[in-house]
Design a protein around this ligand. Structure first.
Ligand code: PLP
Length: 403
């Protein structure tokens, strides 16, 4: 098909040309001085994105799942108790992965569309066993299956209110570098991510950031058996810009470029504001379609992903297949319990207003082709109005009123 394809899944996301070009270069010696400087710059940029001064960022050739495993095995030992709320595929996944490592998992089922009830969290922590307390609370910041963003400040407040000293491990795979994350302020012990979403990179890196408290557990011999994931040799080698294994050399060049764009050029607060703006417009369009958003509490609407329920009798998998095949528009399918009944619009990473309009317009075409009772143009108009209203100039405001 001619023209560009639209990749609006909840990640991997579109990669800016500049980032692609930064990786299109000869491999260099990963034990030489140029590489050491590169590592240092990337680690400094990651600290900014994680919102930390003292945290230790670590990078693995891998993906988000690898970073989850790398986090768990460095701070938790078999038999230790962890608390996990299940509000979708990835929060449920944290519980499943933890069970594989032999941690004693208390998994609280919440249902898709929910967020963590922090009063319940506080209550459970207050009532915790004094002799064998929870060692960690595992949280997904942005549940990619449902488009729910958990308020980590509220989670932290609940842990503090219960005067509990459980570690706080947070999966930021679909939020980091798109939704504000303040690791130090929220006293997160390990923040977990991958390269392929907000960081505007291809899949291929597992990334995490460990607090000094988490690092101390590793250094005092805590955790589970590990080799590749072990933080100790990484921290030792990283101090001089090196890695204890062959790093993904070219990806680090790409990541340096992406971090420069996010941190130094656009600036993180503008990046977060852009995501908020684009997400608001997407939700305005979905409301105009008359379709329900899976996230139940508007205060938890995700600025990176909107999961949209389709009317009963309509197969959302048909929609995503049709949009891809006819319009080269890739939307995210419903996953887990939402397969066939919902679809996901990814609005994260390198993205602007016109790309959002194309996504909404293309989705409307697919709706119309498949006979879904949604007025073509309704979402598009709502989305344009949202953008005009956000822009806020008098002429634009007038245009909104006329439209
Ligand atoms: N956690 C969340 C919130 C995710 O969205 C994903 C993937 O989309 C993962 C974990 C797993 O990451 P990966 O697919 O990079 O291994």
């Amino acid at each position: 098909m001619s023209g560009r394809a639209f990749l609006q899944i909840p990640g991997p996301t579109n990669i800016p040309e500049r980032v692609l070009r930064a990786m299109d270069r000869p491999v260099i010696d990963h034990r030489g001085p140029e590489f050491a400087a590169l590592t240092e710059t990337v680690r400094a940029g990651l600290k900014q994105v994680f919102g930390t001064r003292d945290g230790v960022p670590m990078l693995y050739p891998g993906s988000g799942t690898g970073a989850i495993e790398a986090s768990l095995v460095n701070v938790l030992s078999p038999g230790e108790r962890v608390l996990v709320y299940n509000y979708g595929v990835f929060s449920g996944g944290l519980a499943a992965i933890s069970r594989r490592f032999g941690f004693a998992v208390d998994e609280v089922p919440l249902g898709y569309g929910k967020t963590i009830p922090t009063d319940d969290l506080e209550r459970r922590l207050r009532a915790d066993s004094p002799t064998n307390p929870y060692r960690a609370v595992l949280v997904v910041h942005n549940e990619t299956s449902t488009g729910v963003t958990v308020d980590i400040t509220a989670v932290r407040r609940a842990i503090d209110a219960a005067q509990h000293d459980a570690l706080l491990l947070v999966d930021t795979v679909s939020s980091l570098a798109s939704i504000e994350f303040l690791m130090d302020e929220w006293r997160v012990d390990v923040a977990i991510c991958g390269s392929q979403k907000g960081l505007m990179m291809p899949p291929g890196l597992g990334i995490l950031c460990a607090s000094q408290r988490a690092v101390a557990i590793n250094q005092q011999g805590g955790g589970s058996p590990r080799f590749f994931w072990d933080w100790a040799p990484i921290m030792r080698e990283n101090r001089v810009g090196l890695f204890p294994y062959t790093p993904a050399t070219l990806m680090l060049f790409g990541l340096r470029e992406a971090l420069q764009m996010l941190v130094d050029e656009e600036g993180l607060s503008s990046v977060y504001a852009r995501h908020a703006r684009l997400a608001t417009a997407v939700r305005t369009a979905v409301n105009a379609w008359g379709l329900p958003i899976v996230c139940e509490d508007p205060a938890c609407y995700s600025n990176t992903i909107t999961t949209v329920r389709v009317p009963s009798g309509f197969d959302s998998n048909e929609l995503t297949k049709h949009a891809r095949e006819k319009y080269s528009l890739s939307l995210g399918g419903g996953i887990g319990e939402l397969s066939g009944v919902a679809f996901r619009i990814g609005h994260l990473g390198a993205l602007n207003e016109l790309e959002v309009l194309a996504t909404i317009g293309g989705t409307e075409l697919a709706f119309a082709d498949l006979g879904l009772d949604v007025k073509p143009g309704s979402g598009l108009l709502a989305c344009q109005r949202a953008f005009l209203a956000q822009a806020g100039s008098p002429t634009r405001a007038e245009a909104v009123a006329v439209a």
